[in-house]
Design a protein around this ligand. Sequence first.
Ligand SMILES: Nc1ncnc2c1ncn2[C@@H]1O[C@H](COP(=O)(O)OP(=O)(O)O)[C@@H](O)[C@H]1O
Ligand SMILES: [Mg+2]
Length: 361
Amino acid sequence: MIPLTIGSKADAPDRPAVIDGSRFNRHTFWCGQSGSGKTYALGVVLEQLLLGTDLPVAVLDPNADFVHLAETRDDVEPDLRERFAGLDIRVFHSSTAQEPQLHARYVDLSVRSQAAVGRLDPIGDEEEYNALLHLDKSSNAFDRDAFLRALAASGDPARQRLGRRIDNLEILEWPLWSFGRSSVVDTVDERPRVVVLDVGGFSHPSEPQAAALCVLEHLWEHRMERRPLLIVIDEAHNFCPPVPRSSVEAQLTEQLIQIAAEGRKFGLWLFLSTQRPTKIHPNVLSQCDNLGLMRMNSPRDLAEIADVFGFVPVAMLEESPTFRKGEALFAGAFSDEPQLVRVGRRLTVEGGSDLAVLAAG
Ligand SMILES: Nc1ncnc2c1ncn2[C@@H]1O[C@H](COP(=O)(O)OP(=O)(O)O)[C@@H](O)[C@H]1O
Ligand SMILES: [Mg+2]
């Protein structure tokens, strides 16, 4: 047992609420309606994991909520500040204004994922898919214009169509691609304590998912090395929805289903946060052993939670609609017994990009 204090008991403010950090070698589901305090509570848990364990963490952060994870708040005690200062926390940005930028290599994707990015079906688009399959993409300092020119001049109609497709979809214009610069995958491979992928600043809707695919496919490919990593995904419905809306999303969902089903024994542990249980794929949800539930009003959603997490007393689930912001139910492998909790204060600076409403004047 690695005790992590994440707040106080909801019914006894003087008693600490403790979860077991050693049980993050399971998948964790974090859920509650918008504004219920999921991301804040997730931050509290991450901070305690950083202080109390050696577990490396990668965060897919669609709202730039964790970009200040290395900065402690002014009111935090000096010894905690010092411990945070000693942690190797690396943040990669997707908005062009901030360094270092988040890049990944297109050629690191599996052919299936490269095809998904190009919306190519192996059967429906057999010739172009086949052209992609047999292209030499080995060059590290990949040059966009030379690549498209070579396809156009290849004399092979399938390659020419593939080139026009890539050109038309403007895939190579995505700021995500590294084009010879280093990839965030290399950083994840080094296993610093935390890698934050701030994926919210991309303009193409598939870029955050392609970034996730680059990292997750690589981790899966190297799973036999059994190097533990906690993979935190906020707004997880954008990464593994029950019904994928694009070929990239389908490919990513499939990868996450595989990690959910088989990743545990290889040290690939998921921590997924979303608003409703039905917003992520059921084959991912059903693999989660830890539950953090914030306020949730809908009886149907609570019934779904009761169904998937059969070990949680229904009477406790039924309290969820009465939770205030920052109140939660923790249950499952990481909680000795199901407990109602008031989540404690963050130690590091919250990110996020909520806009303030200005008063008329
Ligand atoms: N336990 C808490 N203590 C103090 N402020 C909180 C707490 N939980 C949430 N908040 C604040 O409430 C707002 C919404 O919380 P957030 O975690 O972003 O919700 P969600 O991720 O569920 O949409 C944020 O501005 C956050 O700072
Ligand atoms: Mg949130």
